[in-house]
Design a protein around this ligand. Structure first.
Ligand SMILES: Nc1ncnc2c1ncn2[C@@H]1O[C@H](COP(=O)(O)OP(=O)(O)OP(=O)(O)O)[C@@H](O)[C@H]1O
Length: 597
């Protein structure tokens, strides 16, 4: 086996693939990020420590109006004889505090609603999208002015209103990303492994939106500060509170006498806003370009057409998997299309049943129906599916979850897209085991390493610690097989498990599946278009065409004495692909001379 493994494990054992530096390290290596964060740190620290670094901002000494700098008052006094330095620091507290309130409101409305709308879609998405568009269409300044007229001169409440006005920017951002991630195969895989939606969102979805949200926070904070300063400059804020905008307003009224008063709040606003924008741009480089790879576009589940009738005996039903009269439909009413019609399949314990047919014949739709993961718009419109005696058509999601991962497991077609690029292989194996088997982190990690050994990965520790992009396709498929085995299922649904792999690796993975099936006595429903794989692995085979099972029987019997014309065509197509005959060699006479044709 070790020889076989070398072709699969493209990276030599122990050789580490180039790893991306951790986000903190990338941040520290980015001068723009460090400088802008330092500037913001200094501004934030100064305003936080305002009571220690300055005196009462409201204390006025009229005799000192417009007086210059003196010890303890480095920026001099304003028109009312108040210390400009104290007002600048305390004003910063109110300005930044107001921006924080607006941000908190925007985040608490925009992020959860974007997550729910993006992940679940349906009516909530439509309503939230409409509401978001409506709020975005409102002119922010006019709404703030109207709010001030209705609610009175209270800056904090105006900041809450501002938060509501900018919430759609977070909603749109999160909704868009989550809607893409929702369609990722690794999210389907997490669902099949029995994880709850809440957990999938927290673990696989939030991590993808994390970086864009951080970047958006920096941008929106800059906008909130500017808007707030604008309101105060226009005299629409609280009036009595020192803020940078209010200082600008006061300074503007005395610009002829002391133009320097404009400088300090203007500088504070300019430096803080510029630092936030520069930080957002640096964070984009740090977190996105070199960070979590963006979700790979979901490989379209093939949807091509191809044209029906016997199947497993409709009588006795197998103990492990028994499908009867299954129909899968897309669309509704007159436009409904049945892509699977009247399918009957049985898989007994320890039996390998091949589901074979050309592309678009409905094999994957049948498998997805068994797993309860039909793509959006698809539904089981008729029939019955018994898994270990439990009817799963119409089964509540909670009970379905208990079956998936535990009784029935899934090995998908495309290994790479079924692993979450944001987590290590080990992390992805450990999580379902902790949840389903109630193991501690340590015990689950040990079991994961043992499973990696069982699927013949040469260096389990390295693969355990690796991210999906650091392993080969063949290794990724072994990892998924290890994951499928992790909760000791009885039934395995394998959907073209070797199609995406190169030929040598295909043979190894098939050999592995054969060994695990025999050792564990698994029942397997093997979806494939490859009659060679069927001949190699399957006890029985069901041939599918245009959504129907056209022939079922023992593998040897179906392959050697096919009854249905479509099965014969399939077999003949394979024979047509047989290796070409050797090149013609001209016959030679006894003396070696070429015989003329
Ligand atoms: N999301 C969808 N919406 C509408 N029709 C779909 C959808 N997905 C698949 N179909 C249709 O269902 C039929 C069966 O597709 P299915 O993916 O099961 O084929 P398959 O036999 O597994 O093919 P392949 O080997 O290429 O995956 C196809 O005709 C396809 O057009």
């Amino acid at each position: 086996m070790s020889e076989a493994l070398t072709s699969d494990n493209h990276l030599p054992a122990g050789a580490a693939a180039p790893r991306r530096a951790k986000p903190v390290r990338r941040f520290l290596r980015n001068p723009q990020a460090v400088i802008s964060a330092l500037v913001l740190g200094v501004v934030g620290g100064a305003v936080l420590l305002a009571p220690l670094l300055s005196t009462d901002p409201g204390a006025a000494e009229l005799s000192k109006a417009f007086a210059g700098a003196e010890p303890g008052h480095p920026l001099g006094f304003d028109s009312a004889g108040r210390d400009v330095w104290s007002r600048l620091l305390h004003g910063g507290r109110n300005t930044l505090g107001g921006a924080l309130i607006a941000l908190a409101v925007a985040l608490s409305i925009g992020v959860p609603s974007g997550l729910v709308a993006g992940y679940y879609g349906k009516w909530f998405d439509a309503v939230a999208n409409w509401a978001g568009n409506f709020v975005m269409a409102l002119p922010a300044m006019v709404v703030l002015l109207a709010s001030r007229a209705i609610l009175g001169p209270t800056m904090w409440v105006l900041m809450v209103v501002l938060g509501v006005l900018v919430a759609p920017s977070f909603f749109r951002l999160v909704r868009g990303i989550v809607a893409t991630v929702r369609g990722e195969l690794y999210v389907d895989a997490a669902r099949v492994s029995g994880l709850r939606d809440r957990r999938i969102i927290a673990r696989h979805v939030l991590i993808v939106v994390r970086a864009p949200i951080i970047i958006q926070i920096a941008l929106v904070a800059g906008i909130a500060i500017s808007l707030q300063a604008g309101l105060e400059f226009l005299g629409i804020g609280s009036g009595d509170l020192p803020t940078w905008g209010a200082m600008l307003n006061e300074a503007f009224q005395n610009v002829q006498r002391s133009p320097l008063f404009m400088l300090w709040p203007g500088l504070a606003l300019g430096i803080t806003s510029a630092a936030l924008v520069l930080l957002a741009s640096a964070l984009r480089d740090v977190l996105e370009d070199g960070g979590t790879p963006p979700p790979r576009p979901r490989a379209a589940r093939r949807a091509r057409v191809s044209a029906p009738t016997t199947s497993d005996s409709a009588g006795a039903r197998a103990a492990l998997l028994s499908v009867r009269d299954l129909a899968v439909s897309y669309g509704s009413g007159a436009s409904a299309v049945d892509v699977v019609r009247g399918v009957d399949i049985d898989v007994a314990e320890g039996e390998v049943v091949g589901l074979v047919g050309q592309s678009g014949s409905g094999k994957s739709q049948t498998a997805f129906s068994v797993l309860g993961i039909l793509p959006e718009g698809g539904r089981v419109s008729r029939g019955s599916i018994l898994i270990a005696g439990t009817e799963v058509v119409g089964l509540p999601e909670k009970r379905y979850r208990a079956l998936r991962g535990g009784v029935v497991a899934y090995v998908p077609q495309e290994p790479m897209t079924n692993l979450d690029p944001a987590f290590t292989v080990g992390g992805q194996l450990v999580e379902p085991m902790r949840l389903r088997l109630g193991l501690s982190r340590k015990a689950a990690a040990e079991r994961a390493l043992e499973l990696l050994r069982q699927v013949e990965i040469a260096d389990p520790r390295r693969v355990f610690d690796a991210y999906p992009h650091e392993i080969s396709g063949g290794m990724a498929q072994r990892v998924l097989i290890a994951g499928a085995m992790s909760c000791d299922p009885k039934l395995l649904i394998a959907d073209e498990p070797t199609t995406a792999l190169d030929v040598t690796v295909q043979a190894e993975v098939l050999e592995l599946l054969r060994r695990l099936q025999a050792e564990r006595g698994l029942g397997v429903l093997l979806v494939t278009h490859d009659l060679g794989v069927v001949a190699d692995l399957c006890d029985r085979v069901a041939v599918m065409n245009a959504g129907r099972i056209v022939e079922t029987g023992r593998t040897a019997q179906v392959l050697t004495r096919p009854q249905d014309p479509y099965t014969r065509t399939l077999i003949e197509a394979v024979l047509d692909d047989a290796p070409a005959r050797p090149a013609w060699v001209a016959p030679r006479a006894a003396d070696g001379a070429e015989v003329p044709a």
